[in-house]
Design a protein around this ligand. Structure first.
Ligand SMILES: Nc1ncnc2c1ncn2[C@@H]1O[C@H](COP(=O)(O)OP(=O)(O)O)[C@@H](O)[C@H]1O
Ligand SMILES: CC(=O)OP(=O)(O)O
Ligand SMILES: [Mg+2]
Length: 405
């Protein structure tokens, strides 16, 4: 199906609302040839940072206004071309796109056609921040390489195995069905990858283990994975539900919204922006970066301490909930920016759960490193692990498997 049957490279594009992250990988040996990021698209302070790993080159930065996603992708293509890794390369087998919302329709990586794009467009009302950027990324890449297979890998796909009782909201069924309202879950490529890597770390097959995955990045979500299949996850119709995040509230009483509309005179858009962009850690203490919050706590800042405590309390509640959902837990895996780096979050989330077989060894927890590792003491019944996620590798692997089949 590829343009060139011997081609083994995959370009992965992760288009966010104001950023594009990308990686070029060679699936013959898993080598990362180039990685980069365009951020603050549409602002005067746009920045492109590109590292051509294949040539051993150092990071290059471009700081000039990049008006939109199309311009961002063209700038990325130019940077790749400067290292002889351009989009015109015959070694490129596919472009893999992270698509955040695939609804109930998409359960597998999918070859992109006009019909698939139309489906992704129909889901914009339930993913207004993410799906439009994903579609622009797809269309721009198509324009640059119309002959190349483009593959959509959906954040929601891994969660489509959730049982109906976990996916349903307890609201009027006709209203829910008419409006696509159900729990979809997100960060699925990360939950899939990390749950498999955790099984590997335990020396087991994924089908033999039950894992709670805590993906704690800027966006954050938990999932309960039984024998390799997702049975529950904390994000819902949109990526707003669940854990406390960098700028999102996670779970709240839905009546907060009516209260703000009726009594504070806020519009729907203002409340949407409040809950998605001005809540979570940033809403609680003015900072969304866990490094800065820890620094402030070390200086005795009470507001930062409260934000940390709210964050950890929610996390602990989800660990307990998914322990109950799974019945038996073999491992808890911490991943993404906060999960991989913030030892105090891991320690606090598990503190006091010894009766559940959960404990963290302080020495192991304090160690750093890029490899998956256990941080629980020998005696603990449940393994606690730090397992670095790699969404780009997972997207490339899924996209390549589809086009080389
Ligand atoms: N060394 C660190 N210590 C504590 N927190 C960190 C560290 N490095 C990154 N983080 C946290 O990780 C977050 C970013 O996580 P990441 O998974 O890269 O997010 P995303 O992919 O959603 O942008 C930062 O906002 C910060 O809170
Ligand atoms: C779905 C989602 O929350 O994505 P991100 O963490 O990239 O914002
Ligand atoms: Mg991430």
């Amino acid at each position: 199906m590829t343009a060139n049957a011997n081609a083994t490279r995959v370009l992965v594009l992760n288009s966010g609302s104001s950023s594009v992250k990308y990686q070029l990988l060679d699936m013959a040996d898993g080598a990362r040839l180039a990685v980069g990021l365009v951020e603050r698209i549409g602002e005067d302070s746009s920045r492109l940072a590109h590292t051509p790993l294949a040539t051993g080159g150092t990071k290059r930065e471009i700081t000039e206004r990049i008006p939109d996603h199309a311009a961002a992708l063209k700038a990325v293509a130019d940077e790749l071309a400067a290292d002889g890794l351009g989009l015109d390369s015959p070694e490129l087998a596919a472009i893999g796109h992270r698509v955040v919302h695939g609804g109930s329709e998409f359960t597998e990586p999918t070859l992109i056609t006009d019909e698939v794009i139309a489906h992704i467009e129909r889901l914009i009302p339930v993913a207004p921040l993410h799906n439009p950027a994903n579609i622009t990324g797809i269309r721009t890449a198509q324009a640059l390489r119309p002959d190349l297979p483009q593959v959509a890998v959906f954040d929601t796909a891994f969660h489509t195995t959730m049982p109906e009782h976990a996916a349903r909201y307890a609201i009027d069924t006709a209203t829910a069905d008419a409006n696509m309202i159900r729990r979809y879950g997100f960060h699925g490529t990360s939950h899939a990858y990390v749950s498999r890597e955790t099984a590997k770390l335990l020396g087991k097959d994924p089908s033999e283990v039950n894992v709670i995955v805590l993906h704690l990045g800027n966006g954050a979500s938990a999932s309960a994975v039984a024998g390799g299949r997702c049975v529950d996850t904390s994000m819902g119709l949109t990526p707003l539900e669940g854990l406390v995040m960098g700028t999102r509230s996670g779970d709240i009483d839905p009546a907060v919204i009516f209260h703000l509309a009726r009594n504070a005179g806020m519009s729907t858009d203002e409340i949407d922006s409040l809950l998605n962009k001005k809540s979570g850690l940033i809403g609680l203490c003015g900072d969304n970066d866990m490094r800065e919050i820890r620094r402030r706590i070390d200086e005795g800042d009470e507001q930062a301490k409260l934000a940390f405590d709210v964050y950890v309390h929610r996390l602990k509640k989800y660990i307990g909930a998914y322990y109950a959902v799974l019945g038996k837990v073999d491992a808890i895996a911490f991943t993404a920016g906060v999960g991989e780096n913030a030892a105090p979050v891991r320690e606090a989330a598990v503190a006091g759960l010894e009766e559940l077989g959960l404990a963290v060894d302080a020495g192991l927890n304090a160690q750093r490193g890029d490899a998956a590792r256990l941080i629980s003491p020998e005696y603990a019944r449940v393994a606690v692990a730090v397992v670095p996620t790699d969404e780009e590798l997972e997207i490339a692997t899924q996209a390549y498997a589809l086009v080389s089949a």
